[in-house]
Each structure stands twice: as C-alpha cells, then as structure tokens.
Design a protein around this ligand. Structure first.
Ligand code: HGY
Ligand code: MN
Ligand code: MN
Length: 414
C-alpha cells in the first residue's frame, strides 16, 4: 500500500502529550490517576474521537478506541501501549505506541483502506509500577493474570487503595468486569522505543521482538533499632539503613553471579525512617527489580537475595521481611505475528532484526490471551526512563509505517 505517515503531526502530538506532566519540560512525570495522567488521557481520547474512533474505558481506566471493521463481530486486531510515565522520565516510552498506533490508523484511513476486522487502539492503565508497586496493572487485569480480588487490596504509599484512587479518577464498576473474553483479539502488536542501544548502534530501523524478559520485583522491609547518632556507640547499633545497603549490594552481586548478560538487578526505591541526619535509621523499605530472559536463572537470583537477607539479619541483629510483588514468566511472541511484522518491514524496505525485550511491556500479559508481537524503533544511545530519552521523528515515522502495514495485513481488507 502507498501509505503516508504524517510525521510532523505525530511529533507535535508527542510534544504536547510530553508536556502534560507533573514536572516542567523536558521532564515528563505522569503517574497513575494524577491530574496530569487524567489530562493526558483526555488529550489522547479527543484525538481518537477526532479520528472517528469510538472510545470506551473499563473500571480500571484501560481505554479502547475502535475503528469498526466491515465484519464488526469478528475478533479485532489490537495495538497500543501506555501513557503513564515514572518520575523524571522522558516523553517517548509508551506514548510512541499509543500516538503511533493512532497515526497508523489515520494513515490507513487516509489511504482509503477499510478493515475487515475492527482495529482497536488501547491505552493500558498503569504500565509503570510507580503508584501501586506492580507494573502492567491494566493488562494484568485484562488478561486475568491478576484477579480483581487481589487488585482490590493494592495500596499506594499514602495508604490510598486502588479502588479509592480509580473511583476518585472517575472509573467505576467492578474490577471483575475488566477481564477480556477469550479470543477478544485475533492478534496484538505493540510499537515501542527499544529502551536499549542495539538498533541505533547497528543502524537498523526496526526491531522485531520475539520474546519479552521475565520481570520480578520485591519489597524488603528492614526493622533495626533507632537512637541518637552521637550517643549510641558503634558496637551497640542495629542500623536498618546499613543492613539495607548490604542487601542492595547483594542484589547486584546475585545478578552478576549468573555470568549471563541477560540477568539484571536493581534497587530503585529506598525509604529511610526517621530520615534525620542525627538519628540512626530504625526502619528502611527498599524495592528490588530482578529480570532475566531465563526464568530459572532469575528465580536463582531471587533465592540468593533471600539468603543474603537471612545472613544480614543474623549478623546485624535486625528483622527483615521480604514482600514479593511480582514474579512473571517471560513471554514468547507469536511466530505468525512476527512473520507479519517481518513482511511489513520488507514491504516498507526497512532493515530489521529479531531481538528480545529486556524491558517488560503490556504485551507481556496480552500475549497470554492473544497472538502478540512487538515492534521496536531505535532511541538515542538507548537512553530511557530519563528526560533525555529521544526518538527521531523519522524513526517514529518508520515504526508507525510498519505498524500500519502490519495492522492492515492482520485485519484484512473489507
Ligand atoms: O520497567 C519496565 O520495563 C517498563 O518500562 N515499565
Ligand atoms: Mn517504562
Ligand atoms: Mn514502556
């Protein structure tokens, strides 16, 4: 097909969405159900309505914008990603898949393509774990990987429950109604920045994702003994922060110990109580993120972290409690959908490479209920989850063009 992507419009929309943030530009922060998140949702929904799509939202805020096909009763072809952003983030993570997906649909309509199967754009709620500690909240509920009963107990750091937060944001109805029926999508494709340096380094336009790494995250609580920083002698201390510091170093050494480059471990959250320079920390909460494409190797790292916690607890005379947040299996992308993406790359004349995704995405969970694959585009130096995250209008346009070709192929012509 002779499709044309409106790169200038797509870039403008990404800029506008990027500036809908709790932080001043160039930083984007858009945490679940904050005022910025709700404004961002409204902005994208209006663009979908302007494009003639019918929109709906479910009880947790997953948003669907459907281009009705000639055979509306057939399972639709899905595409989409997320628009929530962690603190101090960039403006392309997730949004390229949402606004690129919308532009792919608009380009098909401008090219007088009419789909046989409906094509549905999805904005997944809370892909980032920032507010409730677990990532992909919306797609976990859609795929049934997270039961509504378990989700209802989630609370954020202020003690607000997911139910309270979503109702305040205007999303009512039972969470049990979020789960999609089997066969709801005939196929799903997510466009996303690579969040790594490989495509740019090899000067390849498109990454065709064949597998998504297995993420796990832990919350670790350390209870020590507080006291006066001047009066308590060193041998008498049970400093919760120093115990946490040893555990954080243990996360790093456990990840390195597998010898595999695919194993990664990070401690990205550390709350110290009472947080006064002259008071010995008596309570610390840290959160660890452990991933690998090999689930058994990842689980080995989790076991090593637990052993480290036991040793530190004994040696330092502190109490340590591990609260597992998630430990998901990796996803294999559907070969049939991967083939369609490769054919679309060939049709557009772009170089591509098969690759795994070290970041997780909503496709990790949608792949449980529909044949799924992902398209990556290069981002500058592989930077992501930081304000200097950047993907060029040309790269975004190329990814969007391949996506449009793939959606047309998967939906069939009316
Ligand atoms: O952490 C991730 O992999 C995703 O960006 N939330
Ligand atoms: Mn992210
Ligand atoms: Mn993302």
């Amino acid at each position: 097909m002779n499709l044309c992507i409106d790169e200038a419009r797509l870039s403008r929309e990404l800029e506008i969405l990027g500036a809908i943030s709790e932080s001043p530009p160039p930083v984007t922060t858009r945490v679940l159900f904050t005022e910025a998140d709700l404004r961002g949702r409204e902005f994208v929904k209006q663009l979908c309505r302007d494009a003639g799509l019918t929109t709906r939202e479910d009880a947790v805020g997953n948003t669907f914008a459907r281009w009705l096909g000639k055979d509306p009763d057939l399972p639709a072809v899905g595409t989409g990603s997320h628009i929530d952003a962690i603190p101090n983030a960039g403006r392309y993570d997730g949004t390229v898949g949402v606004l690129g997906g919308l532009e792919a649909i608009r380009a098909l309509a401008r090219g007088n393509f009419r789909p046989r199967r409906s094509i549905e754009l999805v904005i997944f709620t809370s892909e980032e774990p920032t507010r409730f500690g677990i990532g992909c909240l919306g797609s976990r509920l859609l795929s049934g990987l997270l039961e509504a009963s378990a989700a209802e107990h989630l609370k954020d750091r202020s003690g607000t429950s997911l139910d309270q937060a979503r109702l305040q944001a205007g999303f009512a109805g039972p969470l049990s109604g979020v789960r999609l029926r089997d066969g709801y999508y005939s196929a799903f494709v997510e466009l996303h920045i690579e969040q790594g340096p490989i495509l740019e380094a090899r000067q390849i336009e498109i990454g065709v994702v064949t597998a998504i790494a297995a993420p796990a995250s832990l919350r670790i609580w350390i209870e020590g003994e507080g006291g006066h920083a001047g009066a308590v002698l060193m041998p008498d201390r049970h400093d919760a922060f120093l115990a946490a510091a040893e555990i954080a170093l243990g996360v790093e050494s456990a990840a390195r110990s597998t010898g595999a480059m695919d194993t990664v471990g990070t401690v990205g959250v550390c709350d110290v109580f009472p947080g006064a320079v002259n008071s010995i920390p008596n309570r610390v909460r840290i959160e660890a993120d452990v991933r690998d494409i090999d689930q058994a190797r990842r689980d080995d790292v989790l076991r090593k972290i637990a052993e480290t916690c036991d040793q530190v607890a004994t040696r330092r005379g502190v109490q340590i409690r591990i609260e597992p947040l998630n430990a998901d299996p990796p996803a294999q992308c559907a070969p049939a959908v991967v083939d369609v993406l490769i054919q679309a790359c060939d049709a557009c004349g772009f170089r591509y490479m098969r690759m795994i995704s070290r970041a997780y995405h909503d496709s990790l969970f949608i792949s449980r209920i529909a044949p799924t694959a992902m398209l990556f585009i290069p981002c500058r130096s592989g930077f992501s989850h930081r304000p200097d995250e950047y993907a060029s209008p040309e790269a975004i346009g190329q990814g969007t063009l391949v996506l449009a070709e793939a959606l047309a192929s998967l939906a069939g012509a009316a």
